[in-house]
Design a binder for this molecule. Structure first.
Ligand code: GRF
Length: 224
């Protein structure tokens, strides 16, 4: 039986900064790896480099400055309105430095993704890379999850592991984590577009998924 491919998923991307994750999503769409359409990019900061990236690619890009609102809920109501008026199905937070209130979470329950530069639930909040270095972990990484109430805490979709090396400084480690983010974010969105993600409480099940049994386990540092 031939199953017709699902239509492209309509995305709204929320950013606050450079937007390199936004760029990988744009690239994945352009090369056909991801069936999606970015309907709108919103930044809470007018200076975010990601706005310019979006415009260069002909994508609608808007600033909604959180400082113009009395509180988080009022700001979120403006976000919901903009996203809904662009018929956004899936909200992708890509370096969006604002905590979402129940106003956003309820409007898009199970339809908001975020990415965090650590292996959740480790090192939530800002400075995740610095926290990992200060703690002395041998592995860190990045996580894509569905946003729920709480900071960097929600059902996990995909994680990538990154080793921490003795001589790493924050910039070096952050760069290696970033590279992994760019691999896993488009993949998580693709699984969503294909209708393969099923949220069951804290757990995300992936339909028609063959677990990789050849991953092995990682040891860092390797014994001499
Ligand atoms: C990423 O490290 C992401 O994990 C965090 O913010 C950063 C955004 O980077 N939430 P960019 O703006 O996509 O380059």
């Amino acid at each position: 039986m031939n199953v017709a491919p699902r239509p492209p998923v309509k995305l709204g991307v929320l950013i606050s900064g450079e937007g390199t994750n936004l760029q990988t999503i744009i690239d994945a769409i352009a090369c056909g790896d991801l069936r999606a359409e970015i309907r709108l990019v919103i930044s809470n900061k007018a200076s975010a480099g990601g706005l310019e990236r979006a415009r260069r690619h002909g994508i609608s890009a808007a600033t909604i400055d959180h400082r113009g609102f009395a509180n988080r809920r009022a700001f979120d109501r403006a976000l919901v309105e903009a996203l809904q008026s662009h018929e956004v199905e899936l909200v992708v937070c890509a370096g969006f430095m604002r905590l979402l209130s129940p106003v956003m979470i309820d409007a898009f329950r199970g339809r908001i993704m975020n990415i965090h530069p650590a292996l959740c639930p480790a090192f939530p909040g800002v400075d995740a890379v610095r926290q990992a270095l200060a703690y002395g972990v041998r592995f860190t990484g990045c996580s894509v999850f569905f946003v729920a109430e709480g900071v960097d805490d929600g059902p996990l979709i995909i994680q990538a592991v990154v080793p921490v090396f003795q001589d790493d400084d924050e910039a070096a480690l952050a760069a290696r984590i970033h590279a992994e983010e760019h691999r896993i974010y488009p993949l998580a969105i693709r699984l969503y577009q294909e209708g393969r993600l099923e949220i069951d409480g804290r757990i995300v099940r992936i339909r028609d998924h063959q677990p990789a049994t050849d991953l092995g386990s990682l040891v860092n540092p390797r014994p001499d």
